[in-house]
Design a protein around this ligand. Sequence first.
Ligand code: DGJ
Length: 695
Amino acid sequence: MIQYLEKSSIFILETKNTQYVFGIDKAGYNRHLHWGDKCSANDFEYADISGENSYNSMLDEYKQEITPFGSTMYRECAIKARFSDNCREISMHFENYDMDGDILKVNFKDDYYPLRITLCYEVYEAYDIIKRTVTLENIGADNIVFDRIFSAEFSLPSEKPYTFRNTNGAWGGEFIQTDTVLDGGNLVYESRRGASNHNASPYFIAYQNADENSGDVYFASLAYSGNFKVSAGRDVYAVTRISIGMNDFDFSHTLLPGESFCAPPVYCGRARGFGEMSRNMNRFCVDCLLPKQFHDKPLPVLYNSWEATGFDVNAKHQTELAKIAAEMGVELFVMDDGWFGKRNSDRAGLGDWFVNPEKFPNGLDELIENVNRLGMDFGIWVEPEMVNPDSDLYRQHPEWTYHYAHRNADELRNQLVLNMTRSDVQTYIFNCLDELLSKHNIKYIKWDMNRPFSQTGAENLQNPQMYSYLHTMAVYNIVDKLKERYPHVQFESCASGGGRCDLGAISHYDQVWTSDNTDGIDRMTIQKGYSLLHPIKTMRAWVTDIAGINKPCSLDFRFNIAMQGSLGIGGDLTKYTEEDLEICKKNIAFYKSVRNIVQFGDLYRILDIEKDEVLCNEYVSTDKTESILFLAANGTRFYKKKCNLRFAGLDAHKTYSFTLDGIEYKKGGAYLMTVGIPIYVRGADYNRAVVLKTV
Ligand code: DGJ
């Protein structure tokens, strides 16, 4: 719900449990007033800020929805422009507003220069989420150059320091949670690599005295897969402010007369505890953000050939794998890298999206038909944004890569990045994929991207510093167009594992590859980090032959962990024993019986592997009639660990039955959630999956 108080020019945005309030003061400035619990509308007013002196500016102390560069505002600003006469100050004042149901647009105009700035808010009441965007419009006759365009700015209510949670990491160790107290100064999470990357997430989570179930947690996530910047600061007035948007470290955008630009959207909320935050975002993403084709459908159990075969793919061996996969209950067989061009290693072939005739002398259809006959759908790997110098495409079009004429191009994984901002490159890629999908019965595209950008020269662009944005949009557009033409095809976003996992990717792809690290033990941490602000259903998790990098873990253990997202299998099945195959069969059948709860239910993180030595995640169906509880530990400090397991998210008035460690329980939801049951965690490789059903 959105309300406008005319007398005070105050906008009140309300979700189920929160209120977000800002207004326009008498001077026409935008003023942030409140974010948190609901208060009476008539109580809001603009606090007078006094005590200004030459080193203490009133404007600098204002809490704002958006801060333009200039005047005596020295804090981080959200928008920086250069007008035609080189004036670099924006002086924006309220123009008018437009309210349409749950959407509010507030327009501001520069006092002199022809710039309109529109702040747009969309309230998703039931999910406790608000969407924010900023649109800039050149309403004059001269160009306006922007050096910074952030999507949103936030001011937090408490004057005490907040702790910021993000997930920092690296290839093979993505989504590692970090918690940093921001007492003073600034804290930055960013990507400068062209895409959102493995190192930090394009969001902020700021909290005080919070745990899974309580405490104030403020969060906002940028739906964008390019270079991003989240910049938080606690200033001399003890205000914690955060701005979030496209990274400005190498950024410049020119708006020609009559043009407008809408910055990537941000989704924000306030929750009570990290658990509520994750559940709100999870539901919101599933219902409102994920592409419509598959958002409400359970994702299939897939098999991926990469770890079994590497680049060495051919119809015979893939069919052998497919036969075993089908027997286990796999529903989708995905052939990974190696099927095209002269792709025998990572040194050649990228760009030549034509079936390798030596590996597939009878074409792709032989394998696809085999897979289909086995009752599975077929999927295929591509890396469309890249080219190996050793490829026909590069030999024909060396000018299609980002490059500088007099600099050497850095090759990473022996490849270069195609300049996706060029329309001929976009057409080439679209046509290659269109041909692949139109000629073959393919139901799944794994879209990979295995290097960051460098030498980002793009002669076709008036402003090459927009490459990251334009490249990202080109990728989204191709995926959207293909999805429209082939609505039965699922798309996975992958970038050497989790290098492009963000709400932007999730708005276009149906799922992501979380990490190349498939070690069951490491995955506990990686998946926890992923679950903070990303939907569970999109988290592809495979069981592979990596039976523990540092500590051994069994096949059952690996299944237990991988089942907590969208399950995949990735081992060399031809080497599996009868016993292994039975374990796979049993676990896949079990997963199918609970996947609706995992993929569409609410996640409660009950015990944390790092803090509690035991991982306990409970997924509860939305109607609370069923729940699945996963427990895992890989050795505890002493020979056994007793935990009092208190369930969560159940219906207090319903009775649930389940069996754990041979003991049958039939207990009320209230009892299970408040008193709980004792469990004893013993030894390495401890893993349990317990289904609770209402009686
Ligand atoms: C990186 C991905 O993360 C892997 O799963 C695999 O697809 C390889 N690329 C293939 O080159």
